[in-house]
Design a protein around this ligand. Structure first.
Ligand SMILES: [Mg+2]
Length: 260
């Protein structure tokens, strides 16, 4: 697919964050102008991240500070997808959430009923304030048979130094301790997030394009969800390494600014 064909076929761009619009705290050079041009063409922009350690408002603040957030833009995280999933499938259920204080407050605002005792659901988010006491309780609730929902599967979270353990690493830990694997994983590449996006923004998957730098999350997610996919080589993936994955993106560009 050419970039002109991709632009003509897309009303909603889902934009991964790190490696796609910025690297850590530095915007990809020129990407602000590219995003502005997409907005003036009438394209809707939604930043889509698996990282469930921060709230929508915290991401909006960061994107605004970096000059990347514009009128009409939105942010959607795997924690919001989990809240939407719980509301649809387990409305009113008591949930024990391993999550940061800010994300716990966001889950409550989304209507999730949090509890510290006898939950029907255990929700594993990216809790960068995790303690052993929290892990012990989570493990006990898993062993007692609570439905197990994880926000996303990423093993590590990229950072300037050594990558940090992310939710996938905690999934492995709780598998060793409880024998349980998540019953549902919400974030990229899984379908829950795609279904939530379709319902929230009311744009058909065929008119949606997922833009990202990771083959096994961003591109697999877009392909599985029936969306267009644009791989940018400004982050994790190279032209060599992309060949070792089963998915094929519709378009590959050095970075998002090359869409024009
Ligand atoms: Mg990324």
């Amino acid at each position: 697919m050419t970039k002109e064909e991709l632009l003509n076929a897309t009303d909603l761009f889902l934009l991964d964050l790190d490696g796609t619009v910025y690297l850590s705290d530095t915007p990809i050079v020129g990407v602000g102008e590219t995003l502005h041009k997409l907005r003036t063409m009438g394209k809707q922009l939604v930043y889509l991240t698996n990282n469930s350690s921060r709230t929508r408002a915290e991401y909006e603040e960061k994107l605004t500070r970096l000059g990347l957030f514009g009128t009409g833009d939105d942010v959607y995280t795997s924690a919001l997808a989990a809240a939407s999933f719980l509301e649809k499938r387990y409305a009113g259920a008591a949930v024990y959430a391993l999550a940061t204080d800010a994300v716990r407050a966001e889950l409550i605002r989304c209507g999730v009923r949090l509890t510290e005792e006898k939950p029907e659901i255990c929700l594993l988010a990216y809790d960068t304030q995790i303690t052993f006491a929290k892990m012990k309780r989570f493990n006990e609730f898993l062993a007692a048979g609570a439905v197990y929902v994880a926000t996303h599967p990423d093993d590590v979270c990229p950072t300037d130094g050594v990558s940090m353990p992310d939710v996938g690493s905690f999934i492995a830990l709780f598998e060793r301790s409880s024998g349980r694997r998540p019953d549902v994983i919400c974030g990229k590449p899984y379908s829950v997030m795609g279904e939530c996006i379709g319902q929230k923004y009311r744009v058909p998957a065929a008119r949606t394009c997922m833009v990202g730098d990771r083959m096994h999350t961003d591109i697999r997610f877009g392909n599985r969800s029936g969306m267009k996919t644009l791989l940018v080589l400004s982050g994790e993936t190279t032209r060599q390494s992309m060949r070792s994955f089963p998915d094929t993106p519709d378009l590959v560009l050095p970075d998002l600014t090359k869409i024009f």
